[in-house]
Every structure is written in structure tokens, then in C-alpha cells.
Ligand binder design. Sequence first.
Ligand SMILES: [Zn+2]
Length: 340
Amino acid sequence: MSSSSHEWIEPGAFEVAPGVHRIPLPLPTDGLRAVNVYAIESGDGLVLVDSGWALDVARDQLEQALGTLGHDFGDIQRFLVTHMHRDHFTMAIALRRTFGAKIALGLGEQPSLQRVLAGEESGRHLEMVRWGAQTLIDGWRQTFGSRDEDDARAYYEQPDEWLDGTTKIDLGDRTLVALPTPGHTQGHVVFVDEQAGVLFAGDHVLPHITPSIGFEPAPAKLPLGDYLDSLRLVRSYPDLRLLPAHGPVAPSVHTRVDELLAHHEDRLAETLAAVRDGAGTAFDAARRLGWTRRHRRFDDLDLFNQTLATGETAAHLEVLVVRGELRSSTVDDVVEYSTA
Ligand SMILES: [Zn+2]
């Protein structure tokens, strides 16, 4: 990749609309490279859309960026969090412990957050059984044991406010509309600012990659079906500039949504072909497909990405079942697919 494609991760605060500043923060994994937090000037203070991953290096970088705007952590009144993934939610919790800002999160995140806070084994395990992916289950046990859940509990707390349905958020001189956009996670929300002509898209619409679907502790029934509906929902709004959580700002939400819808239709066709070629389970089908933009082989992916890939494939298979193109049956807790 050229260096210019990574320019968006350079530290700082970049004004992307009047009174709206994009602040990229580092992540511990280099897959996504960085997460964008958006600071909105509101009255004497700030409202942040997403917060970053609770890491010292990210906290320092956020403090410096806010400093260039003449603000500090104490000026943050509110966090509007698009979804519960660590890179969006956990810094808000860490900062709330000291500075007391209020945190809002989509109501659909409740079941997953509940599981994390209860320290229950992630629903992912049962999902992997359904996918016919015993290899992945063994891999996770060997690599993480139960550490994953214990560690997660230290990072998470309840939000102050649950966003239930389409919600108007009055910030004094600006009004945002929170729109539930389930798919990436069940409680994902985006924030529309029609006046400023921007969409705070979280991970729902990303400019260069397709978001993972339904990677969450309490899995949804038909996450890809939800996701495609949520893409059509934001497509039904006037076209806006895209302010994504990962990647640079892009001129048109509509253009990117059309690309994502087309991508998933292609993937559905490839997934159907994999079953026609004899794949019986989600794990089998995932191993027959190419992955990432460079079409890497499944076996060359690491364990985490193999798990995401198998979950993606299962999500596509379930949509094909709902569309009547495939049949499924459950044998010994494993879902098996055949052509209808
Ligand atoms: Zn996410």
C-alpha cells in the first residue's frame, strides 16, 4: 500500500465540518490501524462520537489533540458511542471514572454487554459449534483459555443512557439523529447531522473495507440480513459526507453503500457456489472462499481472522436460506447446508 493511504492515521485534530474534528487514535492491533473519534464543539464543551480503546498511548494522543482545540478531558460532556466494541467504547468508560462525562449507547447492545459484565462464556463458542468449526474452538482454547472474558470485564461498565429507536439528540446549536443500524453489532447506531451534511457512521459504512458482521458476545439471528437492511436505511436519507470510524473521510455515503450492497451480492453468489461445489458447513464454505481484498487463502489467515471469516460465511449462508436458495438442517448441533 502507498503511504498516502495511511495519511488518515497521523495524530492530530482535523476539522472535517464546522465545529467537528476528526481525531485518529492508535489501536493495539494493526489490522484496522486506527480509530477515528469525532469531537463536536457544543456550547462551552465537547461531545465525542466514539472514544477509542482504553490504552495509555491513545489517551495521551487524545489529550494532546483536544489540547490543540483549547480543551481538556474535563470539557467532555457526553460520549455518543456507535457500538460496544473496545475500540469505540472503552476509553469513554475509563475517562468517565475520572471526569464524569455521560455515555450513550444503542439499546441493542444490552444482551452482549450483559454477557460481558456477567463474565459468561461468549456466545461465540456455541456459534463455532454450529459452524462446524471444531478446529477454531480448539485454537481459541489453546490460545486464550478463559482470559478473554476475565480481561473484558475490567474494561466494561453500563452506559448512562440507552438510545432506544430513532432518537433526536439536542446539542444546543445542532441536532443529531441517532439511527439504529444493526448488523456489525445488534445495537450499532449511526448519527445523522443533516444540517452539517455529515454522517457519523461508526463501523456501519467504512470507506475501504467491509465491516465484520455480527462479531459480538450475544449473536443476532440474521446479522447479515439486518446489516443489508441497515445499509438501505442510511441510503434512504439524503446523501451525506461519510465520517467513518476507520479510514479517511469520504464524499458520499450513497456511493459507498451501493458498493457494499454490490459486494455482499457477489459474496452471496460465491457462497452459494461453494455449497453447490459440496461445502456442507459454514467452516467448509469459508475454506473454499478467498479472503480480504487480496483474496488470501483461509488457511493463511490467523485464528482471529479465520473466526471472523467463518462467521461472515455463516451470515451469508443464513441469508441464502431465508431467500430460499439453500436449505439447512441441524445435525449434532452443527448446521448443514444443501441446495434447495
Ligand atoms: Zn466494531
